[in-house]
Design a protein around this ligand. Structure first.
Ligand SMILES: NC(=O)c1ccc[n+]([C@@H]2O[C@H](COP(=O)([O-])OP(=O)(O)OC[C@H]3O[C@@H](n4cnc5c(N)ncnc54)[C@H](O)[C@@H]3O)[C@@H](O)[C@H]2O)c1
Length: 348
């Protein structure tokens, strides 16, 4: 069986927690190289599979015999490493967000196209059972026209590693909007059938940067930087007339954390939260339907997302993510930040 020879850059939280357990079970993947600026982190994984480790991405790209590269570093390096890998003839799977600017996202898209290679950015939430069901139902016309809705991921207290790279704009590109927004905005737009965003307005706030009790996970750095928002809200208009309200926070005074997508269609609507509830009208009565799904796998979907990437590269499966979708996503996020700055709607 042909195996995908994979090199990984950035071997800490997300890689160790989600990518590694999924990849090491895949018979058609051989992890041949690991890279991290803290080389011991790369060595921890490399030693377990007899791979080579590097402390420098350029050296790995030049020396390792790889078909594909997986990028799991802090956000700012995603586009730089993806473009370099694509130009060197490697397929790329990259953690979200795609890039920290639309200029970079477009360069990634163009590099993949120019070199005829696969570029996929992780959209793990698309692979949850509920999301797959919703996509199938929407494609089949169950909801009719999905014309409006809202989505968000709002945390009461949950800043990742305050003072570290997540809260440093130069390294992350932004706060909860770029961190959590990618997940839920993508899910909503994907279920809506990928309409093109045409206008965005938004607001951002930072009210909890100095409250260290808001840091509930990740390594906090007491004298570190916190120059990103802790809450963002906005409104997106699409070319087909559909609209989407958005809200993301790492810290805010709400009852409890929620991550949700709620869309309204002409025939039915739904709220995907902890559970999925579908709302329609049948035989004259308003009906609430609660589809049931198996517990456990695919959980938050990393395993299925990575498996799909391998199938696309090795077996020519049609990719269910396109770099143009990634470009639109980053254009939306960038426009929320710009709108917050100038105080008006931004046309894309
Ligand atoms: N899809 C999801 O559900 C999800 C969840 C959390 C994080 N993420 C994404 O995963 C990525 C990594 O996040 P994390 O929480 O694992 O961060 P992390 O800080 O735990 O890990 C990042 C690793 O990258 C290494 N690194 C940083 N710069 C590097 C460079 N230039 N070259 C080589 N190595 C470098 C760091 O040393 C560290 O080991 C982020 O882009 C984040 O947005 C995705």
């Amino acid at each position: 069986m042909k195996k995908l020879r994979l090199g990984v850059v950035g071997t800490s939280g997300m890689f160790g927690g989600a990518h590694w357990p999924a990849l090491k079970q895949m018979n058609d993947v051989e992890m041949v190289a690991f890279c991290d600026i803290v080389v011991e982190k790369a060595r921890f994984f490399a030693d377990q599979v007899g791979a080579t480790c590097y402390d420098n991405f350029e050296a790995m790209l030049e020396q390792a015999d790889m078909d594909a590269v997986s990028i799991c570093t802090s956000n700012v390096f995603h586009s730089k490493y993806a473009i370099a890998a694509l130009e060197a003839g490697k397929h790329v799977i990259c953690e979200k967000p795609d890039a920290v600017s639309s200029v970079e996202a477009e360069k990634m898209r163009a590099a993949a196209e120019r070199n005829g290679l696969t570029l996929m950015v992780i959209r793990n939430n698309r692979y949850r059972y509920q999301a797959q069901w919703l996509k199938e139902a929407a494609k089949d016309g169950y909801f009719g026209e999905l014309y409006t809705g809202r989505c968000g991921w709002i945390r009461r207290r949950g800043i990742p590693g305050a003072g570290g790279w997540y809260t440093t704009k130069e390294l992350s590109g932004g706060g909860p909007l770029i961190d959590l927004g990618v997940h839920m905005i993508d899910l909503a737009i994907w279920i809506m059938g990928n309409p093109k965003p045409v206008a965005v307005s938004g607001a951002t706030y930072c009210k909890f940067a100095s409250d260290l009790s808001c840091n509930l996970f990740g390594e906090m750095q007491k004298d570190g930087i916190f120059d990103v928002e802790d809450l963002a809200s906005g409104y997106i208009r699409f070319d087909n007339g559909a609209t989407l309200q958005i809200e993301f926070s790492w810290a805010s005074n709400i009852e409890q954390e929620r991550n949700f997508v709620e869309l309204r269609g002409t025939k039915a609507g739904f709220t995907l939260d902890r559970e999925l509830n579908v709302f329609n009208q049948q035989y004259g009565a308003l009906c609430n339907v609660q589809p049931q799904f198996p517990a456990g796998k695919p959980g938050y979907g990393h395993e299925a997302n990575l498996k799909h990437f391998v199938d696309v590269v090795l077996r020519g499966t049609e990719p269910d993510f396109t770099p143009t979708q990634g470009l639109h996503m980053i254009q939306i996020l960038e426009a929320v930040y710009k709108s917050a700055q100038v105080g008006r709607e931004i046309l894309l």
